[in-house]
Design a binder for this molecule. Structure first.
Ligand SMILES: [Zn+2]
Length: 290
């Protein structure tokens, strides 16, 4: 050890000087936002520096996320029914439950199901659950049927005033007829202001949902069969919450023999549920959600 080094170590025995030097060493690693006077004051006030602990930049833990998973249909409303009698309401419930199991194991992610048994739930009630819980994401699960029996694969919908095609518009009518509400009522004191605020909030929510859909479909498409045009838009009542980004996934077509065979098997239902849960976990932790 050189004399200079000895001198340095001796000086470091003085705690205030040592803490100052340590802070100096740590400065390059601190982000600009962390270096505001208030944050430095707050940091020293709350957690006094201990000599034995190196000063390290703190990373803010990600905010906890809540996702509402909504198994479509239920009770007296079976949804689509396949050739072999597979009912959409059962497929959706089993996939949703498995997704919830997988997602609940993820740190910082909480899941709420709109229904966890075979019961009827109005579309209004489903939307209400998403809004009241202040969900970060609302995810509705369905399995479809189409006049074209060759149509198969997974697709995802986000809200659009204009349906992406004629078929999507027919489907929206069918899904919306589950109960007879035209739309979701918004609370307002002053109707004009409320309308503008809601419009802005709704636009932002729709943009987030749209980007989630793109990420989700791209991710799922690497490991699961998709419909030819898998990114769709329709005016589903269940997607109309102005502040909760919402997506509706049609996991496959019960009108297609091969899709029905897949969706009637527990093993493949759980496979797609796990894949979707993984994609959602990734997206909830992405900058899309801050
Ligand atoms: Zn459905």
């Amino acid at each position: 050890m050189s004399e200079d080094e000895e001198e340095l170590y001796r000086r470091l025995e003085n705690p205030s000087r040592r803490s100052f030097l340590r802070l100096g060493l740590a400065l390059p690693f601190l982000s600009a936002s962390f270096l505001t006077p208030t944050s430095l004051l707050a940091a020293s006030a709350v957690t006094p520096l201990k000599w034995s602990q190196p000063v390290r930049p703190t990373t803010k833990p990600k905010a906890p996320r809540l996702i509402v998973i909504d198994p479509g249909h239920g009770g007296h409303d079976p949804g689509a029914i396949g050739h072999s009698g597979t009912k959409e309401k059962h497929v959706a419930l089993d996939i949703a439950r498995h997704m919830a199991r997988v997602l609940s194991k993820e740190e910082g992610i909480t899941v709420k199901l709109t229904r966890d048994r075979d019961k009827f739930l109005s579309l209004k009630e489903r939307v209400r659950i998403g809004r009241e819980t202040h969900a970060d994401m609302f995810f509705s699960i369905h399995a479809d049927s189409a006049p074209n029996r060759r149509a198969r694969g997974l697709s995802a919908y986000t809200l659009s005033e204009k349906a992406s095609d004629k078929f999507a518009s027919m489907l929206a009518e069918k899904e919306n007829s589950a109960d007879l509400i035209g739309g979701v009522e918004l609370p307002s004191d002053d109707q004009d202001v409320a309308d503008i605020l809601c419009d802005l909030a709704a636009r932002r929510t729709r943009n987030t949902a749209q980007r989630v859909k793109v990420g989700f479909i791209k991710g799922i498409g690497r490991r699961w069969r998709l419909l030819e045009e898998p990114m769709r838009a329709a005016n589903f009542a269940v997607l109309r919450s102005p502040e909760v980004p919402a997506m509706l996934v049609e996991t496959g077509f019960l009108s297609n023999k091969r899709d029905e065979a897949l969706l009637s098997k527990k093993k493949s239902r759980h496979k797609i549920a796990s894949l979707m849960a993984q994609e959602i976990t990734f997206l909830l932790r992405s900058p899309l959600f801050g």
